[in-house]
Design a protein around this ligand. Structure first.
Ligand code: GLY
Length: 383
């Protein structure tokens, strides 16, 4: 088994400087993960470093195949494509069984069916991506102008996480030339700006609306410390999601929204640039759990902002992303633990529910890879 020598980047001052060695190490790591994970659909790895195996309709099922497609795209190596190939078909099969798919079909089908179609032209993948977009569009609440988040009794709930799921709607609109998908994505994004993002750039996680009138009832704490807190992954979803929405639409109101969230996010970071799980969990956050998934997702969103704003302004965001990624690389990765199935440690899933605190999260791994690929000049986009 090839080994990884993490001492190579311990003296690097920037991520850009460390990148050639880290990118090579990442391939060794992912090659190893292919063997370790086998057919598993990973979500969480606890202290033992072994990823669990979730149902295919669970919201995180697209992230592992997404890592594989990005590596295939950037390296041209066929074994990544082979390992990624079958996932969208599995999801389609689950779609016609009893299932609990919801707004997160974007997180599931963008890194599988949509990128597969983009890279290979596979017609089955295209069909699956369009089906998922139709399913998501069908969750739009016209009165409240939001995408319904979850199922069961939560008919009027919208969540900031959906900002990331808009990409599949923009893709479908362009793919079949039907503007309804874009209209729905823009309407939801407008609700994110007017209702989710607060004046100071902090963000609500869940908003409860009256599903008949569309009137806002109240904010809910969700995975953050409380209704008025600032859950760091929610910040990251909004930052990355609004930056993507700007890329798809060219409308500067989404760019400015992403910048506002970014500035707040960056102002809240501790000395090592890796976010605590909620920026308002306490007056003093020292010693509270981090969330490396918020860090990697925000870093990838910051690189989107850097690409949108070339020149001096963009370099501010690029430098911020670089610092976050270098810290993750040096202090929060498993390079020296060959038996560990994840890339990053110190993620926080749902602290208020007591679930998945200080663990590895597959979406943390995914956004880390996505961000490094962007630094490498990756041209395609999944989100
Ligand atoms: N989308 C659910 C989460 O961020 O935990």
């Amino acid at each position: 088994m090839s080994t990884i020598d993490s001492s190579k980047w311990q003296n690097a001052v920037t991520m850009q400087e460390a990148l050639p060695d880290v990118w090579e190490a990442l391939q060794t790591k992912v090659d190893r993960m292919i063997g370790q994970l086998g057919g598993k659909s990973p979500h969480v790895a606890k202290a033992d470093g072994i990823y669990d195996d979730m149902r295919h309709d669970w919201w995180t099922s697209g992230f592992w195949p997404g890592i594989l497609w990005i590596l295939h795209d950037q390296t041209g190596k066929e074994h990544y494509k082979e390992a990624a190939w079958g996932w969208d078909e599995r999801f389609e099969r689950k779609m016609i069984e009893d299932n609990n798919f919801h707004h997160d079909v974007g997180f599931q089908f963008s890194p599988t069916a949509v990128i597969k179609y983009m890279l290979t032209g596979d017609k089955d993948a295209r069909r699956r991506g369009l089906q998922a977009a139709n399913f998501l569009a069908g969750r739009f609440n016209l009165a409240g102008r939001f995408l319904r988040a979850w199922n069961q009794e939560k008919i009027g709930w919208a969540i900031v996480d959906s900002s990331m799921n808009l990409s599949i709607l923009f893709w479908a609109a362009a793919e079949i030339g039907d503007p309804r998908f874009e209209q729905i994505a823009r309407a939801h994004a407008d609700t994110v700006i007017t209702k989710f993002i607060r004046e100071d750039g902090s963000v609500n996680h869940i908003l409860s609306f009256d599903p008949r009138t569309g009137e806002l009832i109240e904010p809910l704490g969700g995975q953050g410390a409380g209704p008025n807190s600032s859950w760091s992954r929610g910040q990251a979803w909004a930052l990355h999601g609004m930056a993507n929405t700007y890329r798809y639409t060219g409308d500067v109101k989404y760019l400015h929204a992403a910048q506002r969230v970014a500035h707040y996010f960056l102002a809240c970071l501790p000395d090592d640039y890796v976010a605590h799980w909620d920026f308002r969990a306490a007056d003093d956050l020292t010693g509270l759990p981090r969330d490396t998934s918020a860090a990697s997702c925000a870093a990838s969103g910051l690189l989107e902002l850097a690409a949108a704003l070339p020149g001096v302004e963009g370099s501010l965001y690029r430098r911020a992303a670089d610092r976050i990624l270098l810290s993750l690389t040096k202090h929060y990765a498993t390079w020296d633990q060959p038996g560990h199935e994840a890339i990053l440690v110190a993620g926080t899933g749902n602290l208020p529910a007591g679930q998945n605190i200080d663990v590895s999260l597959i979406y943390g791994d995914y956004y880390y890879v996505e961000a490094l690929a962007k630094l490498q000049g990756w041209k395609h986009r999944i989100f």
